[in-house]
Each structure stands twice: as C-alpha cells, then as structure tokens.
Design a protein around this ligand. Structure first.
Ligand code: FES
Ligand SMILES: [Fe+2]
Length: 401
C-alpha cells in the first residue's frame, strides 16, 4: 500500500487491512477504562522494568516502584547469577522491605522486626524465632514475580502464570537485536510526571508526522529533505502486538558548526547515520534503507525505543492513574573512550533533551482539550498507522476473557 504523491513511498508490512483511522478517544480517557487497561493489559503483559546491567553482580539490587501495578518490586541478582524480582514486601507484617535506591547487599533485613532475606528471596533469619508457633520458614520467602531477561532488558509479568513466555510475547522482535544493547551505556536519565493519559503520551513518540512542525527550531532539517519533503517513513511494520518503523535521514543536511565540532571529536549520533552497518543486528534498519536515521519500536504497551547506530533512547510511560503518567527517558550511547567523545556526547544529550521537551509540550494541552469532549474521534493518517495499530492491539487485549 504505497502512499501516493510521495517521492519516498512507505513500505507497509504486516496486517494493515482492519485498522480504524478514526479513534473514539473520549472513552479511552475515562478512569474506568484505565482500570480495564490496568487489569487486562498491564497485569497480563511482559513489562521491561530494569536492565540486567543495572544489577551487575551477585547481590546487586534495585527498587522499582510501579504505581501502574500498585506495587513496588525488588529486582536482585542472586549468588547464582540469576536476576529475579519480588514484591518488595516483608513476609512478616508487610513492611516495605527496601525503601528505595539500588546497591549491593549480601542480605536484606527488614527495618521493622529484623527478618532477613537472601538475594534469592529465601527467608534466612526470623528474630526471636522461638516465640512463633507453627512457623514454616520455607514458605515465607519473598513473593516472586515472573522475571525474564531479553538482551539487557529485565521483563516482569505479574500474572500468577503468564499466558505466554517472554519470547512469544516479543514475537518477531525476539531474535532481531542480538548483542545490540550491550554496546551502549546509559548517558543520562530524565523523569517527568505529566498530567496526561498514558495513551496520548505513547502516541506522541510513535509517529514522524509531527517532526516537521514541533521540532522545526531545534532540529529543522534532520529528516526528509528534497527527496522526501513530508518525511514519509520508508518502512512501517505491524507485528502481533508491537510495531516498528524507520525514520528517514535528510541526505542534504549540512552540519551546523556545533554539529561539525561534535562529530569531529565523536561519532555521528544525529542528524544522520554514518553509513557504517558493521555489527548492526538485522532488526536495526531492517530494510537497510540507504538514507536511514534511526528506528522507532513500540514494545506494547508502554515502552518506545529509538534504535540508532552508536546510540539508542528508551522511553517508558507508566500510568499512575487515568490522567497522570510518569515518563522516563534514558539516553544510551557508545562507551566514550576519550575526553573528546565525552564532550561530543554532551552536545547530543543537550539537543536530545530539547527535542524531548518539545515532544512533551502538547501532552497536557491535548489532555485538556480532548477531555472537553469537543472532539470525540480524532483522524489518523497512514503516517500515524502505528497509533491505529496500537489501538487495535489494545482492543484485542481488553476483549480477552
Ligand atoms: S514487618 Fe518485616 S520484620 Fe516485621
Ligand atoms: Fe518528536
């Protein structure tokens, strides 16, 4: 289904026939709808909550508070090297076992009465144990949550028995990124709370239609150019749950003086791919498009990752309630080997932050106006097909028994 009148035509792959291009948005913003999403999407999905590299050694742990799931998780690497997650609750009287943060410990002791657990979750010590009757210590370990690691991402599933293993959930994406994440280190993390429904938040990061307008001052000509003035995506793929598209670089872009300096001392991060595909796994620039900039992949339901060469950006959208969302944006860059590369990173970080802030600027305004009810069915273009696809997957999950 090529887009007519485009000099670059979008190649669509996957099921595109039954997508709705008018979305009944008002019902999706209602608190009751969000409770459905919480129960049937978030409580059934595999969700990335951490990185395996965040818990590098036996005993390494981190606390992940997840208001979306109404719990806090303790993610820990055991002495056997395995990464596990637990509800962060002491099995004596329910105190929150580790209040916050991350680190490395041989054991976790509750601050209330001193019960102590291993990084594998076993109950090791009950203080003044003889005062308890019929105590079955073996059954009083930390409450586990299903945890699987894919590449560097730690996914959890809070169902008692997940409906499918992580690899099936990831589907076509599972084998596409071998070794990719290991090449990058986290360079910066930004966290904001926005008064906006989480669906609107995700939707602002999964189409390129807006880039000509909202980013016209910060990054006016990174994408498109004379061969592709409307910046049509060269490739869009609909998977069973997730989707992926490639963003088009502008072959006519002339480096600004600041960009020229940044790429003199470091690698090209943006505006354009440096053309070096060595070591790029098959999922990155899957069409091997010549004027490629980066890919955008939505891991249903709430994570978007921008895959570049030498860098990637991770975006997490955690709904707190129907109108409040925590947005976390992490930049990951190639490991800098020199001071020059560090300076180069700082340039790309500051510009990346500017672009991110611009993306955030419409969220609360959209929330305000859509909840007025004046516009009930927004229209979506084919360049916004990822949104159409996402609403279809959402409906499927909500309709499941
Ligand atoms: S609640 Fe943790 S030891 Fe009592
Ligand atoms: Fe944007």
């Amino acid at each position: 289904m090529p887009a007519m009148s485009a000099r670059v035509q979008t190649q669509f792959r996957g099921e595109t026939g039954d997508l709705a291009h008018r979305v009944p948005i008002l019902e999706k913003l209602a608190p009751a709808h969000f409770e459905q999403e919480r129960a049937k999407i978030f409580r059934r999905a595999w969700l990335p909550v951490a990185h395996a590299s965040d818990v590098p050694e036996p005993g390494s742990y981190l606390v992940r508070n997840l208001p979306t799931l109404q719990t806090s998780l303790l993610v820990a690497r055991g002495r056997d090297g395995q990464v596990r997650s637990f509800h962060n609750v002491c099995t004596h009287r329910g105190n929150k076992l580790v209040r916050e943060g991350h680190g490395c410990r041989r054991q976790f002791s509750c601050g209330f009465h001193g019960w102590t657990f291993s990084p594998e979750g076993e109950l090791l010590v009950v203080t003044d144990e003889h005062q308890f009757q019929d105590l079955d210590k073996a059954s009083l370990g930390l409450r586990p949550v299903h945890t699987e690691v894919w590449e560097d991402l730690v996914f959890v599933n809070v169902e008692p028995e997940p409906r499918e293993p992580l690899r099936a959930w990831l589907g076509e994406l599972a084998g596409d990124y071998g070794g990719y994440f290991a090449r990058h280190v986290r360079a910066s993390s930004n966290r904001v709370i926005v008064k906006c429904n989480w669906n609107l938040c995700v939707n602002s990061f999964t189409e390129g239609y807006h880039t000509l307008y909202i980013h016209r001052n910060s990054v006016p000509d990174y994408q498109g150019g004379t061969i592709n003035p409307q910046r049509h995506r060269p490739l869009m793929q609909m998977f069973r749950r997730h989707h992926r598209y490639s963003a088009p670089a502008n072959p006519d872009h002339v480096l600004t003086p600041a960009e020229a300096l940044a790429v003199k001392y470091g690698r090209k991060i943006l505006p354009a791919f440096d053309g070096d595909m060595t070591g790029m796994p098959p999922g990155v620039n899957p069409a091997r498009y010549e004027h490629w900039a980066f890919d955008v992949v939505q891991f249903f339901p709430n994570v978007v990752i921008l895959f570049g060469n030498h860098w990637h950006i991770e975006l997490f959208f955690w709904p707190v309630d129907a109108t409040t969302t925590e947005v976390v944006q992490d930049f990951w860059f190639y490991t800098p080997a020199t001071i020059g590369e560090r300076v180069s990173h700082q340039f790309f970080l500051s510009r990346g932050r500017q672009v991110f802030l611009e993306d955030l600027t419409t969220l609360e305004a959209q929330q305000e106006m859509l909840s007025s009810g004046a516009l009930t069915h927004p229209q979506l273009s084919r360049q916004e097909m990822s949104l159409q696809h996402r609403y279809k997957v959402t409906q499927e999950m909500l309709a499941a028994p």
